[in-house]
Design a protein around this ligand. Structure first.
Ligand SMILES: Nc1ncnc2c1ncn2[C@@H]1O[C@H](COP(=O)(O)OP(=O)(O)OP(=O)(O)O)[C@@H](O)[C@H]1O
Ligand SMILES: N[C@@H](CCO)C(=O)O
Length: 309
């Protein structure tokens, strides 16, 4: 039996729509992500457990884990019969890469169980394809950091999909899921299909500025470039009181703040524990809309998906 953990992630990171993503790990030791237990067996079985198992589709073939197993077997041209237990700890439609957690953990687990027939690149391509089947178009900004860890820039060039970007070790990433759901496909449908030249220039300046500041280790400059001109102007209305929340947590001392993935989760960045505590308290009191919602102070998860048992 193999037990695999795949971490939550922040898609876009506010500045790199579809091409920048960060894997995160709560500082209190919580494993925020999905877990897969897998072993060979006489027939295929999939059991869902965990806090958010009730949100999963009832039909087993609609569970992305089944699709991962099916596609993996087709690619390696062997039907590997397995028993899988999915521990669904990530709320669906949260903006924290819930489907990515299930996709990455199950494909990683299948590959390990079968002695790694697929290379990292091939596996990542398959992860992107399956993520694309859910949201309507392929985007790697959740699956890549979830799989490989850290801050990942999606390049899709020279047969490389993703590259790790240097990060600031003292940055704390506070995430808040209000406890409501937004479908990624719906949030993508809200976006314009074309942008003005001015917006394109702003976007390229912000993203290239962020990457430059990351490589030259200028944290304040990097944080100041975390501005989203592509998605936030159209999606912010879907989030509860987003504009006021952002203004307030920046006043408290956040270096940057934005929508995590397609929302409704938000993320804030700061560089000390006291500010992180103040931001968390504010978000817990003002952003959370239901009992299931949560706030977590995180670091970047630099490892990505791993075997934990
Ligand atoms: N194991 C699974 N985990 C998550 N979603 C699944 C899974 N299996 C099937 N689905 C379906 O995939 C869709 C996921 O929707 P969506 O992409 O909006 O959520 P998400 O991946 O949680 O979003 P985000 O990346 O913003 O966190 C839902 O319709 C859900 O029912
Ligand atoms: N880049 C994707 C992430 C979805 O979690 C989007 O913003 O639609």
């Amino acid at each position: 039996m193999i037990k695999v953990y795949a971490p939550a992630s922040i898609g876009n990171v506010g500045v790199g729509f579809d091409i920048l993503g960060a894997a995160i790990l709560p500082t209190d030791g919580t494993l925020l992500g999905d877990l897969i237990q897998i072993k060979q067996s006489k027939e295929f079985q999939l059991t869902n457990i965990g806090t958010f198992a009730h949100q999963l589709p009832k039909n087993i073939k609609d569970n992305i884990v089944w699709k991962c197993w099916d596609q993996f077997c087709k690619i390696i041209k062997k039907k590997i019969l397995v028993t899988i237990v999915l521990e669904k700890n990530m709320p669906i439609g949260s903006g924290l890469g819930s489907s990515a957690c299930s996709i990455v953990s199950s494909l990683f687990a299948m590959n390990e169980l079968c002695n790694r027939p697929l290379s990292t690149n091939k596996l990542l391509k398959l992860m992107g394809k399956l993520e694309g089947e859910i949201s309507g178009s392929i985007h790697y900004d959740n699956v890549s950091p979830c799989y490989l860890g850290g801050l990942q820039l999606i390049i899709e060039k020279n047969n490389k999909i993703s590259q790790k970007i240097p990060n600031f070790k003292n940055w704390l990433w506070i995430i808040a899921w209000p406890g409501i759901k937004i479908s990624t496909a719906d949030a993508r449908a809200l976006l314009p299909s074309q942008y003005t030249r001015t917006t394109c220039i702003k976007h390229s300046r912000n993203l290239s500025g962020f990457i430059h500041a990351s490589y030259t280790m200028q944290p304040k400059l990097a944080a100041n470039f975390i501005t989203d001109v592509i998605a936030e102007p159209y999606r912010s209305k879907l989030l509860p009181n987003f504009t006021q929340t952002k203004t307030t947590i920046k006043k408290i001392g956040a270096l940057a703040c934005g929508i995590s993935g397609s929302g409704p989760s938000i993320f804030a960045i700061c560089d000390n524990d006291l500010t992180a505590k103040k931001i968390s308290k504010y978000l817990a009191n003002h952003y959370i809309q239901s009992k299931q919602g949560f706030v977590q102070v995180c670091k970047l998860d630099t490892v990505g998906t791993r075997i934990i048992g």
